[in-house]
Design a binder for this molecule. Structure first.
Ligand code: PLP
Length: 223
């Protein structure tokens, strides 16, 4: 078995069955994706549209792709036909654009709302106030071609585990508030995507349903 294969197996044996593993293959060659597929991995995450398009036709067709990086509205049309989930919805403009492109091909696209939970300024994402504003906007209920499946967030890049835990706890609380306030009868609204190579154990303890893991599976990235 390849290193990638055994890394996948080790990680899976640690994760509770309720937590889905998204293997983040950004910057890594297709060869690694195929090795992971051979070890039974199905879901992969990429953060750049062009890289995703370059890879997707060179891997097994049952791979499920998750977009996890900031998406520009002019690129929405390229991913909408095949993407399993857009985890990085970070503006109303983007949500509208996904809905418009998806309606053209009559496909409902799974989305997560990305929250800004880290201390760093640079990370994209909503605050709870912004999301509530959007949900109350006229027309939100008419977005029939997006399916909002939950929330996503990235914690601060730090060694301070208490800080990371606080941020994941906050994301979980945002999820619970949205669930009880707006999505109570919506069984699709159930995902909390949090946890990366350095912090996934904390994320799982705090209620993650999806971890997005790259370097731990495929090795450190050079860029
Ligand atoms: C790169 C990336 C990951 C994976 O990071 P690792 O530390 O390599 O596990 C997860 N989520 C997002 C949004 C990313 O951009």
């Amino acid at each position: 078995m390849t290193d990638t294969g055994s890394n996948i197996e080790t990680l899976r044996s640690e994760l509770p069955p309720s937590v889905r593993l998204i293997a983040v293959s950004k910057t890594k060659p297709v060869k690694y994706i195929i090795e992971a597929c051979n070890a039974g991995q199905k879901c992969f995450g990429e953060n750049r549209v062009q890289e995703l398009l370059d890879k997707k036709d060179n891997v097994p067709s049952d791979v499920e792709w998750h977009l996890i990086g900031h998406l520009q509205t002019n690129k929405v049309k390229y991913v909408v036909p095949f993407i399993s989930m857009i985890q990085s919805v970070d503006s109303l403009k983007l949500l509208n654009s996904i809905n418009a492109e998806a309606s053209k091909i009559n496909r409902v696209v799974n989305c997560l709302l990305q929250f800004h939970i880290a201390r760093e300024e640079s990370k994209y994402g909503f605050s709870m106030d912004e999301i509530e504003g959007i949900i109350k906007t006229d027309g939100f209920g008419d977005l029939n071609f997006v399916r909002i499946c939950g929330v996503m967030g990235m914690a601060t890049f730090t060694d301070d585990y208490n800080q990371i835990r606080k941020e994941f706890r906050h994301l979980r609380m945002c999820f619970e508030m949205l669930k009880s306030g707006y999505f109570n009868s919506d069984t699709c609204f159930r995902e909390i995507s949090m946890g990366m190579s350095g912090d996934y154990k904390i994320a799982v303890e705090e209620g993650s349903t999806m971890v997005r893991i790259g370097s731990l599976l495929f090795g450190e990235r050079l860029k």
